[in-house]
Ligand binder design. Structure first.
Ligand code: ATP
Ligand code: MG
Ligand code: FE
Length: 349
């Protein structure tokens, strides 16, 4: 199955051509530089920019794959969750191409794309497995039971991990997006320089929730610490602060992931989402998993952050199972992973 996939849920205009789980081409046109002066993504600007870039990206993806329309088996696009205006650009482009070239159309859940990055780390992967999904808007432990069948076992109660990286980076005066900046600067810092609190969620019956996490307290702790340090000295130990924050987040995530995998008897752990590109998280997870005889799948970094190749992988699997979407499919700003099969409601097996 060869799929052309489009992803425009946030600030990257991405188009890819994949042959099942093999990436034939992957074009990612990032808008980061355009949004940087605002310190975050401006939805209206994002939609306009997708409109500017989408046609070029489609042509480039086909050229790079050295394919033309007769060889394409289906067209896919992210339809939820994300910025409505941004999603609409990609979805409309995909539907139009499906109609013009008479190809099946597949709508894809953005987070299912992040999960499918695991198949680029190992195309032989078979469910069930556990996926630690850590992105700009989500932090979840997902039990992947089959294509389209997901159960969320743990999640953040407040900020997402990527959001925490971005907010703390701003506190430290680093650029946007903050994750890669903190990762880079932390390399020169001492991860044990400052003791920071790991957010824990109290359970009604006593004790702490084993899989849920919290990052807003950690962010506040860094804010207080920065305030105190600024009073006592005129040079902020940015590298030590970044390293200590990153270490705390990585430890918190890895602890919950390993506990969850062991409790549910899931021997394979995959990671996905932008924060899965974090060097400390990758290293610590690999180390702890090996210690517990668990297998870890770390997708290439460029397929952790938003791209269309992973959307194409998920779409190829749905397509091969006859899960097609109606051309009436709309976009949704919010949608849980539990509802993925609703996207194929009219046509599924
Ligand atoms: P979602 O997928 O939840 O809708 P999103 O698509 O905006 O959100 P992604 O593109 O998957 O999120 O990830 C972006 C996030 O990943 C940003 O918060 C960014 O700071 C973070 N990130 C990227 N690289 C790294 C890194 N090396 N270390 C930590 N965080 C990182
Ligand atoms: Mg992004
Ligand atoms: Fe994403």
């Amino acid at each position: 199955t060869i799929t052309l996939a489009i992803e425009t849920s946030c600030d990257e205009t991405a188009v890819a051509v994949v042959k099942k789980y093999e990436v034939l081409s992957s074009i990612v046109t990032s808008q980061i530089a355009i949004h940087r002066p605002y310190g975050g993504v401006v939805p209206e600007v994002a939609s306009r920019q997708h409109l500017e870039s989408i046609n070029v990206a489609i042509v480039q993806a086909l050229e790079a794959a050295q394919l033309n329309w007769p060889e394409i088996d289906g067209v896919a696009a992210t339809c939820a969750p994300g910025l409505v205006g941004a999603l609409l650009v990609g979805l409309t482009a995909a539907k139009t191409l499906a109609i013009v070239h008479q190809k099946p159309f597949v709508g894809v859940h953005h987070l299912e794309g992040h999960i499918y990055a695991a198949y680029l780390a190992n195309p032989q992967l078979k469910p069930p497995f556990l996926c630690l999904l850590v992105s700009g808007g989500h932090t979840s432990l997902i039990h992947v039971k089959d294509c389209g069948i997901y159960e969320t076992l743990g999640q953040t109660r407040d900020d997402a991990a990527g959001e925490a990286f971005d907010k703390v980076a701003r506190l430290l005066g680093l650029g946007y997006p903050g994750g890669p900046e903190i990762d880079r600067i932390a390399a020169d810092g001492d991860p044990h320089a400052f003791k920071l609190p790991e957010g824990k969620i109290k359970q009604p019956g006593g004790g702490f929730h084993p899989y849920d996490s919290s990052f807003s307290g950690l962010k506040t702790a860094v804010m207080r610490l920065v305030g105190e340090l600024k009073q006592s000295s005129d040079r902020l130990p940015i590298a030590d602060l970044a390293a200590s924050f990153q270490e705390t987040v990585a430890r918190s995530l890895v602890k919950r992931t390993i506990a969850c995998a062991l409790d549910y008897g899931l021997e394979t752990i995959a990671v996905g989402g932008g924060v899965a590109a974090n060097s400390r998280l990758r290293h610590l997870l690999q180390e702890e998993a090996t210690h517990h005889n668990l297998r870890v799948l770390l997708p290439p970094m460029k397929f952790c952050t938003d791209n269309a190749a992973t959307i194409g992988c998920a779409a190829s699997e749905h397509l091969s199972r006859g899960h097609l979407s109606s051309l009436n499919l709309g976009v949704r700003s919010r949608m849980t992973l539990t509802d993925v099969m609703q996207l194929y409601a009219d046509n599924s097996e």
